[in-house]
Design a binder for this molecule. Structure first.
Ligand code: AOF
Ligand code: ZN
Length: 347
């Protein structure tokens, strides 16, 4: 049975509820319980590892029997395992829920399979509702589960002709205030920000996430990658978090180390050498290109070598969104994994 308008609204609400939970070793999950005629009976969300899951949080607000014949709308597939808490699929079956609508499959080997368990018990199950929004909310957690590394965003600002700096290397204020504010919001939503040592020496970035002059409450950990030493008076030493230094070009090893530290979202700020190395290594889950209507010419390109020798090797992207930011334009894109034979895709 297709998802109806009431269920769709309930999923939007469940996504809002999910966002109240903390980012951590467990995903942010929200749940709404609807009566058979579409009234909201209860709402719940996951408050962090060791606490009840979203479905159980919502059910706990109802009298026994009150969820009989109800629909549960959940942002993640109800789990099927006993971890720190019991299986949500079973809790829903025992509560008499007759239908479950969820957004994303649980990728966990042990925790997955809840949908099948529900169906085996005669519950009607629909998946995929607002999966993109649910994915955006927990992209870091999903990447950590699937790939054992952080979700990685590579960002740069460029002139319309694809340059990241003028001939003398000066690069500040290519984009306008709206674009810069957008970058700071995205920094605040990341667990760590990476720059190369070249950028530390050239720009002396603070690597904080700022709302005007104030710091956002959540600050990403600064990560500095490369062989050259960071000067003792560099601005990054005044960051609220102690910087992590990686004197290596082995980016998979850096990603694995950050994963082990619990970092789920990495924001790569540049410069061009580091951004290019992440892309060349296949370690960019998302690209953010802030494009300013200015021309710089010269050879200070936004990206350097990304391992593309001929057009058949081009790194193709799919644009998720073009966002106007004052006079500038932000492209939010992700790599297209293209396994067609070379040259076939050129037409
Ligand atoms: C759900 N609803 O609200 C959440 C789920 O150790 P536990 O018991 O907390 O289980 C953690 C796993 O359960 C987590 O890795 C993920 O697969 C799933 N999270 N599942 O049905 C929820 N937070
Ligand atoms: Zn669960």
């Amino acid at each position: 049975m297709a998802v109806n308008g009431t269920e769709r609204e309930a999923m939007s609400r469940a996504l809002e509820l999910a966002a109240r939970g903390p980012r951590g070793v467990n995903p942010q999950v929200g749940a709404v319980i609807l009566s058979p005629d579409g009234e909201i009976l209860a709402e719940g969300w996951h408050h962090g590892a060791g606490t009840p899951h979203a479905e159980v949080d919502a059910l706990s607000k109802l009298a026994p029997g009150a969820a009989h014949g109800a629909t549960a709308v959940v942002t993640l597939e109800p789990c099927n395992h006993t971890g720190r808490t019991g299986p949500c699929a079973v809790a829903l079956i025992e509560a008499g829920v007759s239908r479950v609508v969820y957004a994303l499959d649980d990728p966990g080997v042990a925790s997955g399979g809840g949908a099948e368990r529900l169906q085996d018990a005669g519950v009607s199950v629909e998946s995929g509702e607002q999966a993109d929004a649910a994915h955006a909310l927990i992209d870091g957690w999903l990447t950590a589960q699937r790939l054992g590394r952080p979700h990685i965003t590579v960002k740069w600002a460029q002139s319309l002709d694809g340059r990241a700096a003028a001939a003398d290397g000066s690069s500040q204020w290519i984009t306008g205030p709206a674009a810069r504010a957008d970058v700071h919001r995205r920094r605040a939503a990341s667990d760590a920000i990476a720059v190369g040592t070249g950028t530390v020496l050239a720009d002396d970035p603070a690597l904080t996430a700022r709302d005007g002059d104030a710091l956002f409450p959540d600050q990403p950990v600064p990560v500095i990658i490369g062989a050259r030493p960071t000067p003792p008076d560099a601005a990054v030493h005044r960051h609220p978090h102690a910087p992590l230094f990686f004197d290596t070009h082995d980016l998979p090893a850096v990603a694995a180390d950050l994963h082990a530290r619990g970092i789920q979202r990495l924001f790569v700020e540049g410069g061009p050498t580091l951004a290019s190395a992440f892309i060349a290594a296949g370690l960019a889950d998302r690209v953010l290109a802030y494009i300013a209507p200015v021309l710089l010419g010269g050879d200070r390109l936004a990206l350097t070598d990304i391992g593309v020798a001929s057009i058949g090797e081009a790194r193709r992207l799919a644009v998720d969104e073009w966002v106007p930011l004052g006079p500038d334009l932000l492209a939010i894109a992700h790599p297209v994994i293209d396994d067609r034979p070379q040259n076939e895709g050129a037409a």
